[in-house]
Design a protein around this ligand. Structure first.
Ligand SMILES: Nc1ncnc2c1ncn2[C@@H]1O[C@H](COP(=O)(O)OP(=O)(O)OP(=O)(O)O)[C@@H](O)[C@H]1O
Ligand SMILES: [Mg+2]
Length: 528
């Protein structure tokens, strides 16, 4: 059991949440939802003890251990797979590293000997000698074979990476599992695998942050919504939370209706929804809770829509991109081979591949960040390209920059009003534009990257999984912005609706060449 008592969190003058009194119990999966920047990752960090709350306390049943899968899947890029898993047990790793340093010393003193003995004893207690085989067994259970153990994390596809990070979280058998946006970087098959995995965790308490409604509906027994500087728990899945919050919005706007009538409507809604619930036990418990529900308990959300619009400074000429016999292998694995295609002005092309390492590598080559093995490609001289990589970590290293100065680096017009205009569209206004670029949440970083791209006026955009980390409102705005864009677009995505509404051409990389069709995604999949 994990409980919070009067948790409050403030950053500078801004309160993210206060009076948080919640209890999370075994066998349940809690979906943590909220807009980008609402405080989901911060809440997870408070629960895991990574950061201190401004007030209040956390209670964990004695003997229980918490493990976390963090939102940033790129934190262990240079580590090997097996080491990454063992890193899940920080004390063990600390001991291993200290031992290594001690034994490497040339003048090993008596004091060193004593320290080494202490470390060895603790190492034994923690079952350190078994660490590698335990880590291997966990990986095997998740479908990662021994041939992958010595690969570096950066050479793994998104789905494999998340599996290794999950193994890391599971290493040391935690009772409480906190997963912060695990479905980012996962393709459909990997998401389905994760759904089954979470459904099977009947003996654990699971909290999972996600913006993916379908996924939340599949795995959650409860929803934990961060809004209005509060965190509230609701029984039921995402759809139920969503519909009740829509209903509340309607009721609030209907000022003429009497309170009794509103309550009546609420009750009817609950009845209907309970009848639809698949498990009757779930329906009963939901009904019990909902019977106590009052109008004040349900509030419409404060989610806001940003504005996304990409304007080309200059239209490109007809010669856009020609790719000829392009081939690339990484570590002996074929990414693409003998790939040829030409792009016409204004096309919106989605790229698919069995492994998304392949599409990522192709985009890196086209963006000039990686060399191909053979073949060539040429961009039209009138093109100006903007690239949104899925790992944006390198752009947010400088702690001295606030958001205005961060964006200023990429702008010809240096005036604050101009820069604030672009930040404002991405919902950073007033004091928010003055915060440090290094403290941004996952979605806020992507919003900053989008501001940078909007300002640049490129006529070609290359987007790698742009919806990762974004909340539903921002995804909707981005979706519209990409539909309206008059230039050329090359992108990847795991979001079916997103691809279907944007792409006019589909290129699927194959072991040799590609399948290339000018049609919608559904037509390509044979669904239409
Ligand atoms: N040290 C800090 N100082 C000031 N503000 C901070 C600090 N750390 C985080 N923030 C801000 O707190 C807010 C919450 O961040 P958090 O990462 O918890 O959001 P989130 O709900 O996980 O969002 P996302 O969906 O984008 O991942 C953000 O607006 C972030 O910029
Ligand atoms: Mg987050």
């Amino acid at each position: 059991m994990l409980a919070t008592h009067n948790i409050r969190l403030q950053f500078g003058g801004r309160t993210l949440f206060d009076d948080v009194n919640l209890k999370f119990t075994k066998g349940n999966c809690y979906g943590v939802i909220g807009a980008n920047g609402a405080g989901k990752s911060t809440f997870i960090k408070i629960l895991s003890g990574e950061i201190q709350s401004t007030g209040g306390s956390i209670e964990i049943s004695p003997g229980e251990r918490i493990a976390v899968l963090k939102q940033n899947h790129f934190a262990f890029e240079e580590e090997e797979v097996l080491t990454t898993v063992i890193l899940g047990h920080s004390e063990l790793v600390k001991i291993m590293r200290e031992k290594e340093v001690l034994y490497a010393k040339e003048n090993f003193t008596d004091a060193d000997g004593e320290r080494a003995a202490e470390l060895e004893a603790r190492f034994g207690e923690l079952n350190g000698w078994e660490a590698e085989s335990e880590a291997g067994a966990l990986l095997a259970g998740l479908g990662i074979g021994t041939e992958m153990h010595s690969k570096k994390m950066k050479d793994l596809a998104g789905g494999e990476k998340v599996k290794v990070l999950l193994a890391q979280a599971l290493f040391g058998k935690p009772e409480i599992l906190l997963l912060d946006e695990p479905t980012n970087d996962l393709d459909l098959k990997a998401v389905q695998w994760l759904e089954k995995f979470i459904q099977g965790q009947e003996e654990s308490t699971v909290l999972v942050v996600s913006h993916d409604r379908h996924f939340l509906n599949k795995v959650c027994t409860n929803i934990c919504d961060i809004d209005f500087q509060k965190i509230k728990l609701f029984v039921g899945n995402y759809d139920f939370w969503y519909k009740s919050s829509q209903l509340a919005q309607r009721m609030l706007s209907d000022q003429n209706k009497k309170v009794e009538d509103k309550m009546k409507e609420l009750k009817e809604f609950i009845q209907r929804f309970s009848a639809n619930a698949s498990k009757s036990s779930q329906a009963t418990s939901r009904k019990k809770l909902l019977d106590k529900l009052t109008l004040e308990d349900i509030q419409p959300s404060t989610r806001k829509y940003p504005y996304v619009g990409f304007r080309q400074e200059r239209e490109a000429g007809d010669q856009l991109l020609r790719v000829e016999n392009l081939s690339l292998s990484i570590d002996g694995e074929r990414m693409f081979h003998d790939l040829s295609f030409t792009v016409k002005k204004g096309q919106k092309i989605v790229f698919l591949a069995k492994s998304e390492l392949a599409t990522k590598a192709l985009f890196q080559v086209l963006a000039g960040e990686r060399q191909a093995d053979s073949g060539g490609f040429s961009w039209g001289i009138t093109t100006s390209r903007g690239y949104l990589p899925s790992d944006n970590g390198a752009f947010f290293q400088d702690a001295s920059l606030d958001l205005i100065n961060w964006l200023r680096q990429y702008s010809a017009d240096q005036t604050e009003t101009f820069l604030r205009g672009f930040l404002g569209r991405m919902l950073f206004s007033g004091e928010e534009a003055k915060k440090k670029s290094t403290v941004l949440s996952g979605g806020e970083k992507v919003r900053c990257m989008l501001s940078k791209l909007m300002l640049a006026g490129h006529n070609v955009l290359i987007f790698e999984n742009p919806t990762n980390h974004l909340d539903l409102e921002t995804i909707t705005a981005l979706n519209e912005g990409m539909i309206d864009f008059k230039g050329t677009l090359l992108f990847t995505s795991h979001d079916h609706e997103f691809i279907q509404t944007i792409a006019s051409r589909v290129i699927e990389l194959q072991s040799k060449g590609c399948r290339d069709e000018e049609c919608t995604y559904d037509q390509f999949l044979g669904l239409e």
